[in-house]
Design a protein around this ligand. Structure first.
Ligand code: 2P0
Length: 325
């Protein structure tokens, strides 16, 4: 029996994705720019089985996860026009509640595995479109280093895909993920995006401004301008959270520790001109980015923080890969 093993890593967006232009095809309303991480990953084993899909996350059947993956596998069956079924075992080497999108590394590793298992010979661009069907952010985890997700304009999503802007070596960044709370979030990103689209008075501005943010970040990256990268990242994050907070019901993902850390990092960057910035996703964890030179100093600051539960020190990583036996 042919069995494929793959690995993919989570990513963190510097220019954020929040909102869809098409829920059914999972097409984002805005483009995004992310970095793929190293040090944490999802490993997936996948093979063909009979009559019914089986999905194990961390060696357990999870009803919620199973109900999310079956529509994705239905799409694969439509795509290849063949009634094949899959047994999939995905294992994360990081806690699911850590605020690091496990769906990104999960679906990227599964898409990579399906491509190999069924000899589809998809290019990475097509692979990112396939991964996007599982989770928007998964399209970005197909690639390593610094990645752009194109929102595209075509109704069928043919121009909606991710691509690598720069490899892992281009711009050395270190990432410290600070865990402030490990409870599962009340509102998933998928539901939250729909609530924001339908109710936030700021949503249309968020969508209309996104192209400017993408282009400004691409220029900052081209110029390797840390301060511009930092400022654009912080403001994209805060704009996204403004949309979340002004949704109805409000999507308040932060806690008081999240806010305390933001204040400290904001002060370090904007007042003390230190090379450090933050970004936050749909949860209370704070991702702090810095240069290799400043990392040691940053870790000293983090160790002094009250009320944090844990932290991970990570770097930029590669895209989805086949693991050879
Ligand atoms: C991002 N997030 O750009 C943003 C920031 C969360 C906040 O991409 O519905 O799990 O599967 O496409 O990919 C999380 O969204 O959502 C996400 P779906 P996904 O990283």
């Amino acid at each position: 029996m042919k069995k494929i093993k793959t690995i993919a890593r989570p990513n963190i967006a510097l220019i954020k994705y929040w909102g869809k232009r098409d829920e059914k095809l999972n097409l984002p309303a805005v483009g995004s720019i992310s970095i793929t991480l190293d040090g944490i990953s999802t490993k997936t084993e996948i093979w063909l089985t009979q009559d019914v899909d089986k999905f194990y996350l961390n060696e357990k059947i999870d009803i919620d996860e199973h109900s999310k993956i079956v529509p994705f596998l239905d799409y694969v069956r439509d795509f290849i026009n063949d009634k094949v079924y899959f047994e999939i075992h995905s294992v994360n080497n990081f806690p699911t509640a850590a605020g690091l999108a496990s769906s990104a590394s999960g679906y990227a590793s599964i898409a990579k595995g399906i491509n190999q298992l069924l000899n589809l010979n998809l290019s990475d661009k097509e692979l990112s479109k396939l991964a996007r069907r599982g989770s928007g952010s998964a399209a970005r985890s197909i690639f390593g280093g610094i990645v752009e997700m194109h929102k595209g304009n075509e109704p069928d999503g043919s121009d909606c895909y991710a691509e690598q802007l720069y490899s892992t070596e281009y711009f050395p960044l270190d990432v410290v993920v600070v865990i402030t709370n490990t409870e599962v979030k009340k509102t998933s990103s998928r539901n939250g995006m729909l609530i924001s689209k339908n109710t936030s008075p700021y949503y249309s501005n968020w969508v209309n401004n996104s192209e400017y943010d993408i282009n400004a970040m691409k220029m900052a990256l081209r110029e390797k301008d840390f301060n511009k990268i930092a400022d654009l990242s912080i403001r994209s994050c805060l704009k996204m959270h403004s949309v979340m907070m002004t949704s109805n019901p409000p999507l308040l993902y932060w806690n008081s520790t999240t806010f305390e850390i933001i204040k400290q990092i904001e002060d370090l960057f904007y007042e003390q001109n230190q090379p450090v910035f933050f970004t936050i996703d749909a949860g209370p964890q704070v991702k702090i980015l810095t240069t290799p030179d400043y990392k040691k100093h940053l870790l000293k600051i983090i160790k002094k923080l009250d009320n944090i539960q844990d932290y991970y020190v990570l770097e930029l990583g590669n895209g989805a890969e086949i693991i050879e036996d």
